[in-house]
Design a protein around this ligand. Structure first.
Ligand SMILES: C[S@@+](CC[C@H](N)C(=O)[O-])C[C@H]1O[C@@H](n2cnc3c(N)ncnc32)[C@H](O)[C@@H]1O
Length: 301
């Protein structure tokens, strides 16, 4: 199975990333998020938290305003990208990290970021945290999201956009509660490029409220967990999430994109056939197959 999983990694987006010079297939997640919500084309300053190997940075440089100030932060060193600046910092060490980002902003005369991105996964962070932010294994991923939110609120311009990845479900209400205090609109979204088997979803947080003061508890996961249980969000976010799950379980999860099917190796294809009930041409990656001369109407049907 490990071998099969390894092979599945070589999927269509993986190959497309190689072809188009992106360092990660994750680049297509950001491209699709931006195609849907269009936050990059007007951005003059973009901060990417958890940016290595740099796929999202490449998308930001290519899509944001010409000459935009693009900064990537990661525990790992990021190979240089023309048009982007990288910092090797831990986003969980928020004071140190914000001091390093601030220094860079001051040196370029930048007052705020229009967009803050976060695509981090917590596995690699083995450093100790302090106080209420001390992460248990269970909360590590959510704690990293909260660290990213905290940094975002330090640097975002009013009405700015914050994108964060979330995996798992345990702290979902706590995270939504926190985001909703800070942004006018919080929308969950799963781009088609996001692996079918992955539980990851993205939260697109639009129109930063830029409050004059933020209660420190808002960045304390234990507090958020308790309060969010009392104030379960019975609003449009929850409805959308339910819709998203329906979408995934009822259709997307059961329909295999033609791109994934056609370009998989034979034994993987066999696995896909046993998992999916239909093959779809809906995603952009499958369009060349749909439009291919060998794909007759009969084949499509
Ligand atoms: C999924 S990768 C990001 C991929 C990136 N968006 C791209 O397109 O290339 C997640 C990154 O988060 C980074 N990360 C995890 N914890 C971090 C932390 N505490 N501080 C900084 N970076 C962190 C990891 O080192 C990893 O490079």
């Amino acid at each position: 199975m490990a071998k099969a999983r390894g092979k599945l990694r070589q999927d269509w987006y993986y190959r497309l990333a190689k072809e188009q010079g992106y360092r990660s297939r994750a680049a297509f997640n950001l491209l699709q998020l931006d195609r849907r919500f269009s936050f990059l084309p007007t951005a003059r300053a973009v901060l990417d938290l958890g940016a290595a190997p740099g796929g999202w940075l490449q998308v930001a440089v290519r899509t944001a305003t010409a000459g935009a100030f693009v900064v990537g932060v990661d525990l790992a060193r990021i190979r240089p990208i023309r048009g982007a600046i990288s910092l090797k910092e831990d986003i969980a060490a928020t004071s140190r990290c914000s001091a390093a980002v601030r220094k860079l902003m001051d040196s370029k005369g930048v007052a705020a970021f229009d967009v803050v991105l976060h695509d981090g996964v917590g596995k690699k962070n083995r450093r100790k945290r302090d106080g209420a932010q001390k992460a248990t294994t269970r909360h590590r991923q959510s704690a990293l999201v909260i660290d990213a939110v905290r940094l975002a609120t330090t640097f975002l311009a009013p009405k700015g956009t914050f994108i964060t990845k979330f995996t798992g479900s345990k702290d979902l209400n706590a995270i939504i509660f926190c985001l909703k205090q800070l942004f006018e609109k919080v929308q969950p979204y799963k781009p088609i490029a996001s692996r079918i088997a992955s539980a990851e979803i993205y939260f697109v947080c639009l129109e930063y409220k830029a409050p004059a003061k933020i209660q420190p508890e808002l960045f304390d996961l234990n507090y958020l967990f308790t309060v969010s249980l009392e104030n379960k969000p019975r609003d449009e976010v929850e409805t959308q999430l339910r819709g998203l799950c329906m979408h995934e379980s009822m259709s997307y999860f059961k329909r295999c994109p033609a791109s994934e099917f056609v370009w998989s190796e034979a034994d993987i294809r066999l696995e896909l056939v046993s998992f999916f009930v239909a093959i779809s041409f809906d995603d952009p990656a499958s369009l060349p197959i749909k439009n291919h001369e060998l794909t007759t109407t009969e084949v499509v049907e």
